[in-house]
Design a protein around this ligand. Structure first.
Ligand code: COA
Length: 332
C-alpha cells in the first residue's frame, strides 16, 4: 500500500466520557424496558450521558489532549484536525473550536460526517493527507453526543446510544503502519437510520417559500440495520485484509464499532476470529457512534492489551448507510 515512500504511524490515543452513567435499570424509569431485555439483545448495561453544560467540544478537546500527550508532540506540531461527528455543537463545524482550545495554531480543522463510520472514514481521509506528503501530524477525533438527538420515548432506539469522545494521533513515519482499507456507502438504504431535517415551509415574500424547520430525533429500522451490519461488515474487513495482504488469522485484534454485542459476535464468527481477539467495551458505554472505536482503542492501549506492533482490524458501520474497515499496526 505504501506510496511516495511515506508511511503512517499511530502514536497516541485518548478518550473522554461524561461522568454520569445511566444504567439499564434507570432507563426502565424512562421507557418500558428491562435490564434483562437490553443486556440480552445488545450486551449494553450502562451508558454515559452528557449534561446540559457539557459540549462536544469539551469532551473532544480532553480526548485530544491525552492523545497529544501520549504521542509526545506539542499542539503546535499538528497540521490537520479532523473531527468525525454527527452531533456537532455548531452545524457549521466544531473542529475549529477544538483547534482553539488546544492551541493548535498551525492546524487546519474541519468536521467529517459519516455517522458511526465516521472514525474509519476519518482514518482513511487523514491517511491520504499524510501519504501525499501534504501533512505530517494529524489529530483525528471521533466524538458524539447522540443523547441530544435520541427520541427518549422510543424504546427501540433510546436504549442503544451513549455519549463520548476518542482521539488518535497519526504521523508521517519511515515505517508504514497503515496497511489497507475499504470504505463503502449505499444511499438506497438511507431510510433505515436517520437523523433528518423536517422542513417547515415559510413564505418569505409573496410567491417565495423557504424552509425553516428543525432536526427530528433518530429513527431506525433495527432489524434492517442488524442484517446490513452482519452481512456487509465481514465483507469489507475481508476486502481491507486482502489489500493488506493478510488473512483474518493474522489479526491480533478485531475492533468493531461498538453497536451491539450480537453484531460483534456474528462478525467475528463469520471471519473465524476467536472471542479473545475481539475488543468490546459496549457494556459500559453503549453505542457512542463515531467515538466508539477510538474510545475502545484507547482503553485497550492504556490497559496494555493492545501493544506496539499489534495488528488491528477496525470496522465502522451505520447511517448513510456507510461502512468501512481499516487495518493498521499500533505504534511507530
Ligand atoms: N425493551 C423491551 N422491549 C423492547 C425494547 C426495549 N428496549 N425495544 C423493543 N422492544 C420490543 C418490541 O416492541 C418488540 O415487541 P413485540 O414483539 O411485542 O412487537 C420486541 O421487543 C422485539 O422487537 P424487535 O425490534 O424485533 O427486536 P430485535 O430483536 O430486532 O432487537 C435491536 C432490537 C434494536 C436490539 C436490534 O434490532 C439491533 O440491535 N439492531 C441493530 C441496531 C444498531 O446497532 N443500530 C446502530 C447501528 S450504528
Amino acid at each position: 500500500m505504501q506510496q511516495l515512500g511515506i508511511g503512517i504511524a499511530f502514536t497516541g490515543s485518548g478518550s473522554c466520557t461524561p461522568s454520569f452513567s445511566l444504567s439499564n435499570q434507570m432507563l426502565s424509569q424512562v421507557v418500558e424496558t428491562s435490564d434483562e431485555w437490553i443486556s440480552s439483545r445488545t450486551g449494553i448495561r450502562e451508558r454515559r450521558l452528557a449534561d446540559a453544560d457539557t459540549s462536544l467540544c469539551a469532551i473532544a478537546t480532553e480526548a485530544s489532549k491525552q492523545a497529544i500527550a501520549m504521542a509526545q508532540i506539542a499542539p503546535t506540531d499538528i497540521d490537520l484536525i479532523i473531527l468525525a461527528t454527527s452531533s456537532a455543537d455548531d452545524l457549521f463545524g466544531t473542529a475549529s473550536q477544538i483547534q482553539t482550545q488546544l492551541g493548535a495554531t498551525k492546524a487546519v480543522a474541519f468536521d467529517l460526517t459519516a455517522a458511526c463510520s465516521g472514525f474509519v472514514f476519518g482514518l482513511v481521509t487523514a491517511a491520504q493527507f499524510i501519504r501525499t506528503g501534504v501533512y505530517q501530524n494529524v489529530l483525528l477525533i471521533g466524538a458524539d453526543i447522540l443523547s441530544r438527538w435520541v427520541n427518549w420515548s422510543d424504546r427501540g432506539t433510546c436504549v442503544l446510544f451513549g455519549d463520548g469522545a476518542g482521539a488518535v494521533i497519526m504521523q508521517a513515519n519511515p515505517c508504514d503502519r497503515f496497511l489497507g482499507f475499504e470504505i463503502r456507502s449505499d444511499g438506497t438504504q438511507n431510510a433505515c437510520l436517520n437523523l433528518a431535517y423536517r422542513p417547515q415551509p415559510k413564505e418569505l415574500i409573496t410567491g417565495v417559500t423557504i424552509s425553516q424547520g428543525a432536526y427530528q430525533t433518530i429513527t431506525m429500522n433495527g432489524q434492517e440495520v442488524y442484517r446490513f451490519a452482519v452481512k456487509k461488515v465481514p465483507e469489507v474487513i475481508e476486502k481491507a485484509l486482502y489489500r493488506s495482504n493478510m488473512t483474518p488469522a493474522e489479526i491480533d485484534w478485531l475492533l468493531l464499532h461498538q453497536a451491539n454485542q450480537r453484531i460483534l459476535n456474528a462478525v467475528a464468527q463469520r471471519l473465524n476470529i476467536p472471542d479473545e481477539k475481539v475488543i468490546s467495551n459496549l457494556a459500559n458505554y453503549g453505542n457512542t457512534s463515531a467515538a466508539s472505536i477510538p474510545l475502545a482503542l484507547d482503553e485497550a492501549v492504556r490497559q496494555n492489551q493492545i501493544k506496539i506492533g499489534d495488528k488491528i482490524a477496525v470496522a465502522g458501520f451505520g447511517a448513510g448507510l456507510t461502512w468501512g474497515a481499516a487495518i493498521f499496526q499500533w505504534g511507530r
